[in-house]
Design a protein around this ligand. Structure first.
Ligand SMILES: *[C@@H]1O[C@H](CO)[C@@H](O)[C@H](O)[C@H]1NC(C)=O
Length: 296
């Protein structure tokens, strides 16, 4: 009896290892032969923070792929300009002015969107704000705003649109996080808190969907290093070829490619991924040593 139990444990352990090895092989294979990109033709896609920078670029490129865009931004004027740019090229766009930090405004606008356009099949949680200064120099008001927009805004938007996706076991929620949602650095304490939170949402939600057999709904976290004119800080780095600073149009193109392949985590530049994953297994003191070395 004891012998039988022991052999069952050994067998299940061997099966586990075979499965893990197979998954690694598939990952390696897909590195060289990436999966096909899904079509976005005729898909209803919501982009928050669509009035500028990355949000605008994402919207324009998604529209070029034949998607119907729902544009959300606090700034009505720049948001309308994005819609105009899309329509001029023959695309479809609907703009809505909404404050992403306001849960009631999000709920009301979501109802309006469902009535006027339909249920979005992809949602890009892109709206975000950024502050770079010592922790104690942030006012409580600034901290509250940052958490309300970057973290709670993400939660409210996801909460609003996920239900319909689950009912149909089909959909995709993309959150633009940051490399600072992966590693903590100086002068960005509240920002890191918000982006680590976003990373937490995506990872936990993906697990919840998996255990509830809703794997038709994909969850993606995007971790850009730096995109020019989003962050005003240009760090002094030893390896500029590794830590590329991307233009919003280039970043948008690479994000959309990853999303169309249903990737769960997208790093920008992509070559940062092994470094980031590796840095997590290092003891913190070693991580600091390497981090300091990277900065000139
Ligand atoms: C933006 O577009 C909406 C809908 O098309 C319109 O109602 C609104 O007046 C426009 N606002 C601005 C500031 O252009």
């Amino acid at each position: 009896m004891v012998l039988w139990e022991a052999s069952a444990v050994v067998t299940s352990f061997i099966v586990l290892n075979v499965k893990a090895f197979a998954l690694l092989l598939i990952d390696l294979f897909q590195l060289f032969f990436p999966p096909e990109q899904k079509s976005l033709l005729g898909k209803i896609i919501l982009v928050t923070g669509a009035g500028q920078n990355l949000g605008r670029e994402l919207s324009l490129q998604l529209a070029n792929l034949g998607a119907i865009l729902i544009l959300w931004d606090l700034n009505e004027e720049t948001n309308n300009q994005t819609a105009e740019l899309i329509r001029k090229k023959g695309g479809k766009a609907h703009s809505y002015a909404v404050d992403i930090s306001d849960q009631e405004a999000i709920a009301a606008t979501a109802t309006q969107v469902r009535k006027e356009v339909g249920h979005p099949e992809l949602v890009f949680n892109n709206a975000g704000t950024y502050e770079y200064k010592p922790f104690l120099s942030h006012t409580p008001k600034e901290i509250r705003r940052l958490i309300n927009v970057n973290l709670l805004g993400n939660i409210w938007v996801t909460h609003e649109f996920l239900g319909h996706m689950l009912d149909h076991n089909s959909g995709h929620i993309i959150s633009i996080s940051s490399v600072l949602g992966y590693i903590g650095r100086t002068n960005v304490v509240p920002y890191c808190a918000s982006k680590f939170g976003v990373k937490g949402i995506t990872e936990a939600l993906a697990e919840e969907l998996r255990t509830n057999r809703r794997s038709g709904v994909c969850i993606t976290a995007v971790h850009p290093f730096l995109i020019s004119n989003i962050d005003d800080v240009k760090p002094n780095l030893k390896f500029p070829w590794l830590f590329e600073i991307l233009e919003p149009s280039d970043a948008a193109c690479r994000i959309i490619r990853g999303v169309r392949r249903n990737e769960e985590e997208i790093f920008l530049p992509e070559k940062l991924k092994p470094l980031m994953v590796f840095s997590k297994v290092l003891p913190r003191k070693l991580r600091r040593l390497f981090g300091d070395y990277m900065e000139a």
